[in-house]
Design a protein around this ligand. Structure first.
Ligand SMILES: CCCCCCCCCCCCCCCCCCCCC/C=C/C(=O)SCCNC(=O)CCNC(=O)[C@H](O)C(C)(C)COP(=O)(O)OP(=O)(O)OC[C@H]1O[C@@H](n2cnc3c(N)ncnc32)[C@H](O)[C@@H]1OP(=O)(O)O
Ligand SMILES: Cc1cc2nc3c(=O)[nH]c(=O)nc-3n(C[C@H](O)[C@H](O)[C@H](O)COP(=O)(O)OP(=O)(O)OC[C@H]3O[C@@H](n4cnc5c(N)ncnc54)[C@H](O)[C@@H]3O)c2cc1C
Length: 672
């Protein structure tokens, strides 16, 4: 049911903030969306979804029981998927089913997450990326039409990171032309898959393939797990929900075990390898890791997902900071808006800049991904290692940075930021999971580090390396870069830090080998440094890409938009330079005086951005229905909304709670 919200006048402090804006908000929105057309398309889609849908709940999700929350999420998912199927995909085109607009609009329906998210987010992309044309023709239309609902079951109780260690087996039986899926141990039970517990009737399963007595490693299979009519688990399937967790509370993350469960041979996803009727294994892929393709795809999409989540948190915290007043600066003067405190600006303006940095970088990464995949389709897999290294580190660093900045947004809202009605705790717990899923932070940075060490050795011996590490050709044999406080200088310093750290890792590994260790131990002992080197490389990529994309995308912008976009990018460079002063001192010629100057310029930039702060978050163009926040709505009526939300607490349904008569009164009377 749709709840009606009273229309309120905009809070005078927010109204005054908007009058200070000196740039064209719509132009900035267009840059974020990827062009004027994209903004129009997004707005049209949002109108369709939000004018049709049951987006607001009478009772907040957090006041429902686990079961009620799930059932409500399913109800809304069905409404939303109908709108997606019947109206939105008409606009975006069927091939853009994963469009960020659909993801963004979904937030108006789900404060937390839809149990269908993994169907569209991973099941469908796996069908597209891993099926033969015949398999695609069989499964994809059913999946897009919601005739089947899928999950992605890879992780097991015993293994998430180490995919080669998965224990579920798929053994081919040539007599019946079937695979037999089996979970031999408790640790082999599939665990975590979103939507698997109660919602999905199909799933993609990763299992060790055995045929003709030989194990060929992990492969993907499509498996029906529930009856399409009764929804009962099929015989041989044990499936359920894994229990309450930190977030993801409206989705049914599931477990799944197989007891010699049979599926037809055609259910092995055979784009990159197949098993013939007689059991003969034939590999067609030119790269052994193409079955990991869905993970690479999601890692790429997560960078823009992080921008979106950060833009929500920044909008909430900045609007709140414009209406919140606290502490007299001088006796008898009005209390200032907390946004006037430079410490508050330091917490928050970096969130706006980072949302831009991730958004612009994510578009560039998406284009890179598309280009590499086009090459792969033609049989050229040369660029795959670089894409894997890039998507791994950008996923790791963007999720980790988004998480800590979102926490800063919560700190910036004081006690009220702790309220679920602010939505900051939901955003935080959603993003907290992204640092772990689709590859844990450390594990992915170590993947990037493998690539970097090889690239460093190439550059050291004078060979040209691939574009994202091309800076190694300039810096691999340089000791310290000369400090220069322009944007080019700061970007080069980040590259010098990365090169210096990678070089140090290579030397550590070599020294350890010289002292008698084997390569594996030398690598292991160096992993703390390797993670730091991969993070440094990622920061070098981020600052460079953000800067270049900002310049490219503002070429035809009006002067004030150019200025404000430039200011944000400079803020981003300076913030990270100041965060990494130890590294700068180690790998560049920066002096104490240079760092003091940088600090002063950073503080001046905070002050310069201050008048445009509210308009910069308005430019994210996040409708109240998407923000779900008592603190962040466009009108800024924070206190009215907090009070309104408080009334919805189930504890306020009755003036006296029965526990008073049952426990407190007897306690007071000494009768307990
Ligand atoms: C209509 C309905 C509407 C309903 C409403 C919903 C609306 C929503 C709509 C929008 C949809 C959009 C959704 C977007 C949001 C998405 C949200 C998604 C939520 C996701 C939830 C989570 C899911 C999961 O977590 S799935 C499980 C993921 N698991 C992992 O990531 C595991 C991590 N581990 C690994 O990746 C590997 O094990 C690894 C890489 C660590 C090691 O692998 P290995 O096999 O052991 O390899 P190794 O020996 O170390 O390396 C050998 C060699 O191979 C290279 N390598 C490894 N991986 C790759 C790769 N992927 N590509 C290329 N190369 C690779 C590696 O680098 C080595 O190279 P060399 O050094 O050269 O030897
Ligand atoms: C909300 C949520 C949703 C999920 N959804 C799905 C889903 O839909 N489908 C699915 O298949 N999976 C899903 N997952 C599982 C997820 O992909 C895994 O949890 C993730 O890949 C991490 O693996 P793990 O849990 O085995 O952690 P572990 O690998 O056990 O990590 C534990 C710690 O060990 C460290 N570590 C592990 N290996 C190494 C190493 N080689 N070197 C250094 N340190 C190491 C890690 O850094 C980490 O600190 C989901 C998880 C979450 C939290």
């Amino acid at each position: 049911m749709k709840a009606n919200r009273p229309k309120r006048d905009v809070h005078p402090d927010l109204a005054r903030e908007r009058l200070k804006c000196n740039f064209n908000i719509e132009e900035v929105t267009n840059i974020i969306d990827g062009g004027k057309d994209k903004t129009l398309e997004r707005k049209k889609i949002e109108d369709i979804a939000l004018n049709n849908g049951a987006c607001l709940d009478e009772i907040p999700d957090e006041c429902l029981s686990i079961k009620e929350r799930y059932e409500n999420a399913i109800r809304k998912s069905c409404i939303y998927s109908n709108i997606v199927r019947n109206e939105m995909l008409e606009i975006t085109g069927m091939e853009n089913f994963e469009s960020p607009v659909l993801r963004r609009t979904a937030d108006a329906f789900f404060k937390d997450i839809s149990p269908f998210m993994l169907h569209l987010g991973m099941f469908v992309p796996t069908l597209i990326g891993q099926s033969t044309p015949e398999q695609m023709a069989e499964w994809l239309p059913k999946a897009l039409d919601m005739k089947i609902i899928g999950a992605y079951a890879q992780t097991e109780l015993g293994h998430g990171t180490f995919i080669r260690g998965l224990e579920t087996t798929a053994t081919y039986d040539p007599d019946k032309e079937e695979f037999v899926l089996h979970s031999p141990t408790i640790t082999s039970y599939k665990w975590w898959a979103g939507g698997l517990g109660k919602t999905a009737n199909h799933c993609v399963v990763m299992a060790q393939l055995y045929t003709q007595g030989e194990c060929h490693g992990t492969h993907l299979f499509i498996v029906q797990i529930r009856d399409l009519d009764t929804h009962m688990p099929l015989p041989g399937i044990k499936v359920g929900e894994i229990g309450p967790r930190m977030g993801f509370s409206s989705a049914d993350n599931g477990f799944l075990g197989f007891n010699s469960f049979r599926i037809p041979r055609q259910n092995m996803l055979m784009k990159h390898a197949k098993v013939e009727k007689d059991g003969c294994y034939v590999k067609s892929a030119k790269h052994g890791k193409l079955t990991y393709g869905t993970m690479v795809f999601i890692r790429v999409t997560l960078v823009s997902e992080m921008s979106f989540n950060l833009s929500k948190a920044a909008t909430i915290a900045i609007r709140y900071s414009a209406v919140r007043r606290q502490t007299e600066l001088r006796p008898n003067e009005p209390e200032p808006q907390i946004l006037d405190y430079p410490t508050q600006q330091h917490k928050l303006f970096i969130c706006i800049a980072t949302a831009h940095a991730f958004q612009l970088t994510s578009k560039w990464l998406w284009d890179t991904f598309q280009a590499v995949m086009a090459d792969v389709r033609k049989g050229n897999v040369d660029a795959l290692p670089e894409l894997h290294a890039l998507s791994s580190c950008l996923k790791a660093v963007s999720t980790s940075d988004a998480l800590s900045h979102i926490e800063q947004c919560r700190f910036a809202c004081g006690g009220h930021g702790y309220m679920l009605s602010s939505n900051l705790p939901f955003i935080y717990s959603f993003v907290a999971a992204t640092r772990t899923y689709e590859g844990d932070y450390t594990v992915l940075l170590l993947q990037t580090a493998r690539f970097l060490v090889k690239a460093w050795e190439q550059a050291e011996s004078g060979n040209n390396v691939t574009p994202t590490v091309a800076y190694l050709n300039r810096t691999a044999n340089t000791k310290r870069v000369v400090w220069d406080n322009t944007h080019e200088g700061i970007i080069q310093s980040f590259q010098a830090i990365a090169a210096g750290k990678i070089g140090q890792c290579v030397r550590s590994i070599r020294d350890r080998i010289k002292s008698g260790m084997d390569y594996e131990d030398a690598w292991l002992m160096t992993t703390v440094q390797l993670v730091a080197a991969a993070e440094a490389h990622c920061r070098a990529v981020l600052v460079n890409t953000y800067w270049n994309e900002m310049i490219r995308l503002t070429k035809s912008s009006s002067a004030n938009v150019k200025t404000v976009m430039h200011q944000l990018a400079v803020l981003y460079l300076m913030y990270w330079a100041l965060e990494k002063t130890g590294d700068l001192l180690k790998y560049s010629s920066v002096s104490k005086q240079d760092l003091d100057d940088l600090q002063r310029r950073y503080e001046e930039l905070l002050a310069a951005l201050r008048p445009n702060a509210v308009s910069l978050v308005d430019a994210f163009d996040l409708r109240d229905e998407i923000l779900h926040s008592s603190l962040g709505s466009y009108d800024g009526c924070v206190y009215e909304r907090l009070m309104e939300e408080a009334q919805k607490s189930p504890l306020n349904a009755e003036p006296v709670n029965p526990s008073f008569h049952k426990y407190i009164k007897p306690l007071m009377q000494g009768k307990l």
